[in-house]
Design a protein around this ligand. Sequence first.
Ligand SMILES: [Cu+2]
Length: 265
Amino acid sequence: MAGMTAPTMTREARFAMTKTPSVGNAAKRWCLAAGLAAAAGAWPGVALAASTISGTVTFDGKAPTLKPLTMDADPACAKMHSKPAPSEMLVLGSGNTMGHIMVWVSKGLPAGKTWPAPKDPAVLDQKGCQYVPHVMGIMVGQTYRILNSDGILHNVHALPKINRGFNRPMPATLKEATATFDKPEPVFQIKCDVHPWMSAYVGVFTHPFFSVSGTDGKFTISGLDPGTYEVTAWHERLGTQTASVTVAANETKAQDFKFTMPAAK
Ligand SMILES: [Cu+2]
């Protein structure tokens, strides 16, 4: 019941009151949530927002060997690496587990329920002339904080199709910039116009039910109400896959994904 404690609901109510023109609806939602929380407490076995979907993403078949990133065009970048940085496109762990996969709940969330954006920013760093992290999720309205740890000229070029894009030079002296995205949009690219190998991907969501797999291929989406959800897994070149997953109250359900190379023509 961690998600339904009073402080969380107070924050949510405050968020709804500042963001929603109708204070009446926000208050109604709060009352409804409080009522549901009370009901859940009174009925053992009924738990809200305590279900989890987790799994492992793997690459199926013989993985191609991708060339490392070539940073020779900017010696300042090249000298930050004792050996060439590996490609970020296909990141495999032992057993061909797959990193950099964005996984999110794409359908099935309770209608009318809203989730406040975290107060903490989602942070993208420019470090070693690479974006860190390569793939990340952020919520609508959450601060997107862009750092320049390198202290050299970069240019952050966001290429969304639904949100408003931006193209922001970050000279050596500019250590930080911020942005927000006001519409849900999975997934779009961020590029550096100075360094063509620099690429990152961002997914923007109205809810917190997203996760990016680590090199071990693992992802976890928790805090869900019991229900049936469509879950989407995305890779920057190998496209998206969906699965239908039903979770009961308090249950952790496994859902794995496998990506493979498209068949040669
Ligand atoms: Cu750059």
